[in-house]
Design a protein around this ligand. Structure first.
Ligand code: SF4
Length: 260
């Protein structure tokens, strides 16, 4: 992809879907669909991430999508999708509070792979959101802030797809230790595919180095896990890699990967 094509694509307005009327009601799987998921979850245990992604693309594309916070895992999955099916719709939940380095990484991904990550934003700007709540909500109620600026956005996207890929890994934290390869995500009414579930952090970084996959420079500055700027701090050696997220709160997940 030429630079001007990439810049044009990056400036394309995001796909905007309306919020669901009333409360979001996720779809439920049929018994047949659930059995299909369980069968392939067992079958794909031990498969490579590329084999898992290829199955997901063959089974669900074009109603297969990927959400990424542009962490190392997401960038590695994008590098794989570039070879398997670069037309998969990839999006980022752009809360308005992300690091500039994260948004700049999106441009480097587009230049390298020709995959333009769509920015899915809340309907309310940061300015209006903070004005209507008397200031930044993350200061006192990060659960509500994550719900308003991430979960509700995914609820707008989810009904337009059948399956989504995530970059979560079992060794990232205790809350992710039992992540299946394929499962039903009852929170969003989608099949959830985690091609890197069985990979270690070392394997992810090995791939980044081997294939010069673009990554966030903040990882070299003590940030193993990067979310929104106000809710992310560097960690010290030996700490859980997600220990720098929502420091000072009991919160360890934004809610996208819990309760499903
Ligand atoms: S990570 Fe922090 S700033 Fe981002 S949506 Fe959640 S609470 Fe808000």
């Amino acid at each position: 992809m030429s630079n001007s094509t990439v810049l044009n694509a990056l400036s394309t307005p995001p796909r905007i879907w309306p919020e669901p009327d009333g409360e979001f009601v996720p779809r439920s799987p049929s018994a047949e669909e659930q059995a299909f998921i369980e069968l392939h979850n067992q079958r794909l245990e031990g498969a490579s991430p590329e084999e898992i992604l290829t199955w997901a693309v063959e089974t669900y594309y074009p109603r297969f999508t990927m959400a990424t916070g542009l962490g190392p895992e997401g960038c590695v999955i994008i590098s794989m999708l570039a070879k398997i099916e670069p037309r998969v719709y990839v999006f980022n939940l752009d809360t308005g509070y992300q690091f500039a380095e994260t948004l700049e990484l999106r441009e480097r991904i587009a230049e390298k792979y020709g995959i333009v990550i769509d920015l899915q934003r809340p309907l309310q700007s940061v300015h209006d959101y903070e004005k209507s709540h008397g200031g930044p909500v993350y200061v006192h109620s990060p659960d509500q802030c994550c719900f308003d600026r991430k979960i509700r956005v995914l609820q707008r996207v989810a009904p337009h797809f059948d399956a989504w890929a995530t970059g979560i890994r079992r060794d990232q934290s205790v809350t992710r230790a039992n992540t299946p390869i394929v499962r039903w995500d009852k929170k969003f009414g989608l099949v959830k595919v985690s091609p890197l579930a069985a990979w270690t952090k070392k394997q992810v970084w090995q791939r980044i180095v081997e294939e010069s996959v673009p990554y966030n420079p903040l990882h070299d500055q003590g940030y193993p896990s990067i979310g929104c700027q106000p809710c992310t701090r560097p960690v010290v050696a030996g700490q859980d890699e997600r220990a720098g997220r929502w420091s000072g709160f009991a919160k360890t997940e934004c809610g996208l990967h819990t309760g499903d």
